[in-house]
Write a protein that binds this ligand. Sequence first.
Ligand SMILES: [Zn+2]
Length: 243
Amino acid sequence: MDSRDHVDVIAFGAHPDDVELGAGATLAHCVADGLQVGIVDLTRGEMGTRGTPAIRAREARAAQHILGASFRRQLDFGDGQLRTGREEELAVIELIRRHTPSILLAPYPDDRHPDHTRTGQLITDTWFYAGLKNLDTEHAAHRPQAVIYYLQNYQFTPSLVVDVTGLWKKKMRAIAAYSSQFYNPKSKEPLTMIAQRSFVDMIEARGRHFGALIGADYGEAFVSKQPPRVEDLVAAFRGREVS
Ligand SMILES: [Zn+2]
């Protein structure tokens, strides 16, 4: 795609596959609604026990196409030591200004993996800085409407849940594209926490759990520092009760 192309949403993750696990079905939902979506991984996942950066890049590309994202960028901020200095801030600011998204998705900035925490904070900071008119970069100032945080390891009470019932299978296919990382009985690689069958089962259960909270089959949970505007109060709560 043209590097100046507008997208409606950019989803940021620390590692390839983070975005799919936390918000893959929501991204597919946006695409199904006719929105343009971009994905940016801040590292190449080179510290992963399984796979290699080259394998993970191929898997990430396949997952991008399954979700229907317009582009995927892989930056190199350092897996397991994610850098958040001025150079990294400016790289993210330029991406935000170039693609002028309305919404940024990011990891919740308090998580078990410090790279996730740092990514969440970096995106929060650059969301604001990107809107400063006197910060001179190649592209004009642009501040998206909001940063929305997706769930990774540490739990949170969601401020919104997206009904992703019709897109859940697509999310799980995108996750399965990372065959080096997740449950694969044929793999000869060392077993990791996320490569156990129970991890994929947990993702499925989490989708069911958040779906049940909103009266849907599947949901993905997010936190927003400011509440979303609800335009149809009745529709927002439809399906929770039987009667
Ligand atoms: Zn991660």
